[in-house]
Write a protein that binds this ligand. Structure first.
Ligand SMILES: NC(=O)c1ccc[n+]([C@@H]2O[C@H](COP(=O)([O-])OP(=O)(O)OC[C@H]3O[C@@H](n4cnc5c(N)ncnc54)[C@H](O)[C@@H]3O)[C@@H](O)[C@H]2O)c1
Length: 358
């Protein structure tokens, strides 16, 4: 039986746009029919390696010309709702976009309203989970070999809007995709509030999941070093502890575990690899389009729950104390943080962080 080929148009031909475009191009279930960037030189370069699809410097124009099944956009975080509205207006079946899904709860809520009303599937790129080391840790946790899981945790030295939705996505995966009941957080440092990924320099949060499991997340200048990993952006440690063991993944340095029956430390390799991780990510987009039951693991509804947790932690910094879910609309979190965070330099967890944060 012949399978449908899904057409794809991609907006933003920077680092990540090219990763998405190359992965769609390499998969026979997709045809890249168009690419867009406001920087025409980036377009020219990318088009040659994608069998010269339609090119445009305007996203609306590209979608009008190509009417794709899949609309992928990989712009910086300041462009989300506007792109979603374009995808809805042009009748796409699925929108694939980069994290973070928005810059505020208000924007994320509006995005979800738009796509739910239009019946459009959404996928948000938390693709690290396809790494063999991430898969191994999830497999150990899901097998029950840790006993009763009571704690899930994630840390990253990169700042919040870059890294924290990744952490939360993977700890929710390690915790049966449980939803949050409440969160509490604290933050420090104003330096990155004006970054293209606007964030406090350091943020830490406690999550009460509905299944009673405790979540702990930290991102930024004060998050602990992962000395086993050299590459700064991959100094992330994400794992679970149970009554009979623990299992954790280091984004740039494999995995390790002690389980009920291991009799010592188990460990293995693996390193975050865009090319490797994008292949199954894109394949599962085809699977979901083929079969509505085959919901993509990085689906937008799940990303929204993770994003809400991150924004709830920011709200806790501003309002103090615990923040109950669901959040609903409110003061945009980054503006609120800019209003309350004192102008004091952030304290570092390791000297290498000075380059980014001081
Ligand atoms: N999932 C991951 O592992 C991962 C890794 C790195 C970055 N990201 C995310 O990917 C997103 C993009 O990051 P990047 O590093 O590729 O950025 P980038 O700056 O390399 O690329 C963004 C591109 O968008 C283009 N652009 C800007 N406005 C546009 C518009 N109106 N229409 C068309 N094109 C436009 C820019 O010219 C640029 O080429 C960010 O949200 C970032 O957080 C995700």
């Amino acid at each position: 039986m012949s399978q449908t080929t899904y057409t794809v148009a991609i907006v933003g031909m920077g680092k990540r746009g090219k990763h998405h475009a190359d992965a769609f191009h390499a998969n026979s279930r997709f045809q890249v029919v168009g690419i867009c960037d406001i920087d025409a030189s980036r377009l020219e370069e990318a088009a040659a390696s994608l069998d010269n699809p339609v090119t445009s410097t305007d996203a609306d124009d590209l979608l009008s010309q190509t009417k794709p099944d899949v609309f992928c956009f990989c712009t910086l975080p300041n462009l989300r709702l506007e792109m979603i509205k374009l995808g809805v207006a042009h009748g796409t079946k699925l929108i694939d976009c980069e994290k973070p899904m928005a810059l505020s709860t208000n924007e994320a809520v509006e995005i979800m309203q738009c796509v739910r009303e239009a019946g459009i599937k959404t996928v948000v790129s938390h693709q690290h989970r396809y790494g063999e080391h991430y898969q191994k840790v999830e497999e150990i946790i899901a097998s029950g070999a840790l006993g009763r899981v009571h704690t899930v945790y994630g840390t990253a030295t990169g700042w919040m809007m870059h890294m924290m939705t990744h952490l939360i996505d993977y700890i929710r995966w390690f915790n049966d995709e449980a939803e949050a009941e409440w969160v509490m957080g604290q933050a420090s440092g104003r330096g990155k509030l004006s970054d293209a990924h606007p964030s406090p320099d350091y943020v830490a949060g406690i999550i009460q999941f509905a299944n009673g499991v405790r979540g702990i997340v930290e991102a930024g200048a004060g998050a602990p070093d992962v000395p086993e990993v050299d590459y700064w952006w991959r100094k992330c440690r994400i794992g679970a502890q149970g009554t009979e063991g623990f299992a954790e993944v280091l984004t740039g340095g494999g995995w390790r575990a002690i389980t009920r029956d291991s009799g010592g430390v188990l460990c293995g390799g693996g390193c975050m690899d865009y090319e490797h991780d994008m292949r199954p990510y894109v394949q599962q987009i085809a699977d979901w389009l083929d079969n509505p039951q085959a919901v993509h693991p990085c689906n937008g509804e799940s990303a929204f729950k993770g994003f809400e947790i991150m924004m709830g932690i920011c709200r806790s910094v501003v309002a103090r104390g615990q923040i109950q879910f669901p959040l609903g609309p409110g003061e945009p979190e980054l503006e609120a943080l800019a209003r309350v965070l004192p102008d004091k330099p952030v304290l570092l967890s390791m000297p290498e962080n000075a380059e980014e944060y001081l």
